[in-house]
Design a protein around this ligand. Structure first.
Ligand SMILES: [Zn+2]
Length: 295
């Protein structure tokens, strides 16, 4: 298998670029940021078909600027519709913030999305038609897929070499941290020599990196349980988690992401009976007696 790598700029600080992989001069894995520049760079390759790992803005771009046939997981196809009608997405986020008393100030950066009106133009293919093995790895996004070909895994944002992927929270789409950890265990059992992530450098020691990720999230879960020795609101918990950058120093968008990731931990712990919800005037979380025993 021939793998061509295209690094494209994205207008964020971290990450500031995204990789698009081009297999056998035919198949595009991920479609870059939603910008004409990115789309022009990709169109020079003349790809025949695209497989998109998930719906985030730095992975789907070319689908809006061409009629390329593509494959995406059904849950991601639903989510990619947010670029056609971003108000729907902003409303979901508002509802989450309202329900869990997270400051609505953190939603301000999303307002830039509200003017977007982007629609996918190509036809949807099945993964069988593309003769590619895809693996669903939910967590960063509910229907995130990785592509396995020739002992290589194209991991999108589900496995990164340096950063631990941000976990999302979509209350109406069930797949969460439990499914993510299970998918990582399954990937570990596959015969993978190299992982090509969508950001950061390639991973030549897949097992070691996957083990480190699993350990990181388990440690975070223990940390959240430890924090919950009194009933607390989501943001009070997020504030106490030891993120790689201190919560107080995070910009509004990253605070929103930190709160959503905290909710992903809480919903996992709640599904395992380790924390419970206390509904007073505001929703609070508190560890159960089982939660205390697992510490
Ligand atoms: Zn992403």
């Amino acid at each position: 298998m021939e793998v061509e790598i295209l690094e494209l700029e994205v207008p964020f600080r971290d990450p500031n670029s995204v990789f698009v992989y081009f297999l056998d001069s035919k198949i595009l894995i991920d479609a870059g940021f939603c910008s004409i520049d990115n789309a022009e760079r990709i169109s020079e390759l003349e790809p025949e078909v695209a497989v998109v790992t998930h719906h985030h803005v730095d992975h789907v771009g070319y689908l809006f600027f061409s009629e390329i046939p593509f494959y995406m997981h059904p849950a991601e196809i639903e989510l990619v519709k947010i670029y056609e009608k971003p108000e729907t997405f902003i409303d979901w986020q508002k509802e989450i913030c309202r329900k869990y008393s997270i400051s609505s100030e953190y939603l301000r950066p999303l307002e830039v999305l509200s003017k977007l009106r982007l629609r996918i133009r190509g036809s949807l293919k099945s993964s069988e038609e593309l003769k590619l093995q895809t693996i669903v790895v939910p967590g960063h996004s509910p229907g995130h897929i990785c592509v396995f070909a020739d002992n290589a895994l194209f991991s999108g944002d589900a496995i990164l070499s340096e950063t631990t992927p941000n976990l999302s929270f979509y209350p109406h789409l069930e797949a969460g941290l439990g499914e993510y950890l299970e998918a990582l265990e399954n990937i570990k059992r596959m015969d993978i020599e190299v992982i090509y992530p969508a950001h950061e450098k390639r991973i030549d020691d897949p097992t070691e990196r996957i083990d480190a990720l699993i350990e990181h999230y388990k440690e975070r879960l223990r940390e959240v349980l430890e924090i919950l020795d009194e009933p607390l609101e989501v943001e009070e918990i997020a504030r106490r988690v030891r993120w790689s950058v201190d919560y107080e120093k995070l910009d509004p968008l990253n605070r929103l992401l930190a709160n959503l990731e905290t909710l992903a931990y809480l919903s996992f712990l709640k599904s395992r009976g380790l924390v419970r919800v206390i509904q007073e005037t505001k929703i609070k979380f508190f560890r159960t007696s089982c939660g205390i025993k697992t510490l």
